[in-house]
Structure formats: C-alpha cells, structure tokens
Design a protein around this ligand. Structure first.
Ligand SMILES: Cc1cc2nc3c(=O)[nH]c(=O)nc-3n(C[C@H](O)[C@H](O)[C@H](O)COP(=O)(O)OP(=O)(O)OC[C@H]3O[C@@H](n4cnc5c(N)ncnc54)[C@H](O)[C@@H]3O)c2cc1C
Length: 475
C-alpha cells in the first residue's frame, strides 16, 4: 500500500506516525516544501526572540524519518490527478498513491495593498518568514543557528509560494529598521508585536476594528490588552485602515486613512487562508479555499483525505470552514491516519478550548464564547487588586456553555467538564478556584457577593454574520 502525505506539519506527522504504528511495511512518503523536520509553528516567536533554538521547537528526534521509514520529498506539490492517483511535484516525477492525505496547512492572507511586495514587508507564519524577520531585525539568526537545509526547497519552489524566501529591506537599506509596524488585530499580530518589543523596537500596531481581536474578546477585555501594549511602548492605533505601502528599493512609508507614517519594516498579519491554490483544477470540492471533508475527513475524491488547517470541517453552527488550531490539527491528523489504515474513524472535536498569552496576560477560553448563541447571557467580573483579571462566563438556558478568562491561569479540562456536566452559574462560581492553576503563588480569586448576583447581560458584542469562527482564528 502506498500512502502519500502532503505536509510535514502537526496534522501530517501525526497521521504518518499513526499509520506506521499500525502498518510496519507500508510505503509512506511525506512531501513537504517548507522544512526537513516537523517543527512547532506555535513556537516560532520563541526562536525569533532568541529564547529557543530551531532544534528546541522540533518535537521529535531528527532520525524519526529514517527510524520510521518515511520517505521525505522536499518539494512543492503542484497538482493532483485524482483519477490517475498521482501528485505532481515541481522539479520531479509525479508521485503515485493508493491513499492520499492532504495536510498542507495555511498560508498568510496576502497584502491587498499596493507596495505589499516591497522588501521590508512580510508575514510571520512560515519558517521562511521567521528567517526573513530575523534578518530584518537581528541581521541574522536570533539564536546562533539556522534550521537544517533551510533553502533545500528553493529549486523545487516558486515565487509566490508562502515558503519562498523574501527580500530583506534592511539589507537593501544598509541599516536595521527603526520604525516598524504590524497590521492586523489577531493572535499572530500580537505575537509579531511582542517579538519586535523584545528586540527593543516600538512598533505601531494598526487594527482596522474598534478594539483588538473582537472575534474573541469583548471591549472591556480588549481595552486591557491595548493598555498593556501601550505600557510596553506600542503605538496601538484602533479603527485605522491601511491603504498602501510606499518606497523605492525598500519600504519607506505606510499610508492609512488617517495619515502617512515613515515605516521601514511591516509585518502583515491579517489572517491565514488554506494553502490550497495548487489544487485548482483537481476537481476536489473546496469551500472558501478549504478542502471539503466529511465527518471522517474524507475529501470528495476516492482515497483522498484532508486534515488540519486546510480541511473545511463542519462547525456547531452548521457552517464548514477550517479550525486553524494546533490541537485540532493534531487530533485530525490522528483520525486521518486511522482512515488511511482503512478504519471507519470519525473526527469529533468535542468541547473546544484554547489558551494563549497576550503580551504578559494569560488567556484561556473554553466552550461557546463569542458565538452569538441564541438567548445567551454573559456574567462578567473584573478583579483589580494584587492580581488583575477578568472572568466572563457565558450561559444559555441557565447552564454554563463557555468561559473567557484573562489574567489568571486556568485548567481548561475542569472548565470543559463543567460545560459538559451542564453546570449552573451558581455551581461554577462556588467551585471556580478548583480550576485555578497557579495555586502556590497566586492568591485565589475572591468574587464579591454582589458581583455573583449581578444582572446578566445579553450577547457581549455582536459579530457580523459570516465572521463567526471561534476565538482562536489566527491573524
Ligand atoms: C505564529 C503562529 C502562532 C500560532 N500559535 C498558535 C497557538 O498558540 N495555539 C494554536 O492552537 N495554534 C496556533 N497557531 C496555529 C497552528 O500553528 C496551526 O493551526 C497548525 O500548525 C496547523 O497545522 P497543519 O499541520 O494543518 O499545517 P502546517 O503546520 O501549516 O503545515 C503545513 C505543511 O504543509 C506543507 N505544504 C504546504 N503546501 C505545500 C505544497 N504545495 N507542497 C508541499 N508541501 C506543502 C508545508 O511544507 C508544511 O509542512 C499559530 C500559528 C502561527 C503561524
């Protein structure tokens, strides 16, 4: 049996390991354009800030491929012939499969503005983006090392690929940037801001919306994050629309609907889209770029499956779109691996959760938050004392359906259990500290009686229809 997997990310590698653990003799080929080794994309910022090396963000030993007998093809997949069961790769012979998994992830949403291809303008999503930003900001690797074979794909890649090396504005200009900017108010945007602050720069952060990350945070929660960014010297500019980049040989200025700013480095973080443009003409059913899959992650062609950021799965609201999260990509990869083995496995993401750090503020979410569930009510408490935190609990029909928590660390497994047990607000408030994580050093959260009995508000804020993906959508 010939298994071919496109993608060396978490979905692809989890699938490959699942198959190998079951089928020691099957042929497994992994095609990846971006990197020789699987790495944790979520940890790119720690490499950029010099706190981890490239090797540190590779979860497996580098001999995994040899040990597991994975054939590795470092090239760009350029097309799929689902009838002939072959994948064409740039600069090589087509690769034949009996069963195929497409786990080709996301690419950054490209700049809609003129000048977006100037040296000095880039993204922060791929290994090649990391290298570009390291060279812009530090003049070279942040941690005294490069990934192995970073450019091995170049002959088998193409301009316009998300893994194509970008030109460095600092090299053209002959000096490092002094006036950086980040565009886009989501998680990748705030990570880009953080790494620039860590490098001693004071970026502008341009956000089109009225507050940072409205898809996940309400106004009060978000205002706190903006305040914290400003304390770190970030020029947070809300409700401002970018119109163009300007420059001769490299980026020199950024034009918005409110002014023209000198700017010599810009990270565009306006979201990610499925990396599936190479499938045009393959006949595979796509929806908004995502590969449409059934509940077992089967795509619309026989023997073809999709998992991770590129797979459009069914959501609780009935819509189909990718989930774009690390743990859902991992779980989908495991299910897809079982499908590749011939099992009748089904993907069920269960109650969803996510956690992150927004600057130095902890963030945990679980369940249905910001989903505009009909009849939902929100309970909100802001703590201002030795610890600053916010607690938002979402209710529907008297039972807790979601949590949005800032400023303290919480154990999402406990929060999920309460949601699945259909607990009441009174129960959750009485037991909340059982979900606390940092119990040794952080005093327990004390909620005043009058706050417990507050009048509940309706939907905390409104998101336009069609913009309802759950909180962790990156951008
Ligand atoms: C900066 C950043 C921070 C993040 N932080 C978090 C976080 O805190 N929490 C969280 O849950 N999620 C986070 N995410 C999202 C998370 O990283 C992704 O959801 C996850 O990595 C998706 O995994 P994947 O395997 O589907 O795809 P990817 O990791 O994108 O892997 C795609 C693979 O496909 C290959 N590929 C793509 N196209 C082709 C082609 N045409 N030919 C050959 N190979 C191809 C690439 O080489 C790559 O190996 C973050 C993302 C970014 C960018």
């Amino acid at each position: 049996m010939r298994i071919v997997i496109i993608g060396n990310g978490v979905a692809g590698i989890e699938a490959a390991i699942t198959v190998r653990n079951r089928e020691p003799d099957w042929d497994i080929t992994i095609i990846s354009e971006e990197s020789d080794h699987f790495f944790s994309r979520t940890a790119l910022m720690w490499v950029m800030s010099g706190q981890l090396s490239h090797r540190c963000i590779e979860p497996h030993e580098r001999d995994l491929y040899a040990r597991m007998g994975f054939r590795r093809v470092r090239a760009r997949a350029t097309g799929l012939d689902a009838e002939a069961r072959t994948v064409s790769v740039s600069g090589g012979e087509p690769v034949a499969y009996d069963r195929l998994l497409i786990a080709c992830g996301s690419r950054p949403r490209p700049s809609p503005w003129s000048g977006g291809d100037l040296p000095g303008v880039g993204h922060f999503v791929t290994m090649q983006d990391l290298e570009w930003l390291e060279r812009e900001v530090h003049g070279g690797p942040s941690h005294g090392g490069r990934p192995p074979n970073p450019d091995a794909h170049v002959e088998r890649s193409e301009v316009g690929s998300p893994y194509w090396p970008r030109e460095v504005g600092a090299t053209k200009r002959g000096r490092r940037p002094e006036r950086p900017a980040v565009i886009g108010g989501g998680l990748i945007g705030i990570e880009a801001v953080e790494v620039l602050v860590h490098a001693g720069l004071r970026p502008k952060f341009l956000i089109r919306e009225d507050w940072f990350w409205p898809i996940a945070l309400d106004e009060a929660e978000s205002t706190w994050i903006s305040e914290r960014m400003r304390e770190h010297g970030v020029d947070v500019r809300l409700g401002e629309n970018v119109e163009a980049f300007e420059g001769g040989g490299a980026l020199e200025a950024l034009v918005t609907d409110q002014g023209r700013y000198d700017c010599d480095l810009c990270v565009i973080a306006i979201g990610v889209v499925p990396n599936t443009e190479w499938l045009a003409g393959s006949g595979l059913e796509l929806e908004r770029g995502g590969i449409v899959v059934d509940e077992g992650l089967g795509a619309s062609a026989d023997g073809v499956f999709a998992a991770g950021d590129c797979a459009a799965v069914r959501w609780v609201d009935g819509g189909r779109r990718p989930e774009q999260l690390w743990y859902t990509a991992r779980d989908q990869g495991r299910v897809a691996g079982r499908r590749l083995c011939g099992d009748r496995a089904v993907y069920d993401r269960g109650t969803w959760y996510n956690s992150a750090k927004l600057m130095d503020i902890e963030y945990t979410t679980a369940g249905l938050v910001s989903m505009n569930v009909e009849g939902e009510q929100n309970w909100f408490h802001e703590e201002r004392g030795p610890v600053r935190s916010t607690t938002r609990i979402v209710l529907e029909g008297g039972r807790v359906i979601g949590f949005n928590l800032l400023g303290r660390r919480w154990d999402h497994a406990v929060l999920i259990r309460w949601i699945e047990e259909h607990r009441s607000l009174e129960y959750v408030l009485a037991h909340l500290n059982e979900a606390a994580f940092d119990t040794e050093l952080v005093p327990p959260l004390v909620i005043p009686e009058r706050a417990k009995k507050q009048e509940l508000s309706g939907v905390a804020f409104s998101v336009a229809p069609g913009h309802m993906p759950a909180p962790a959508v990156r951008g």
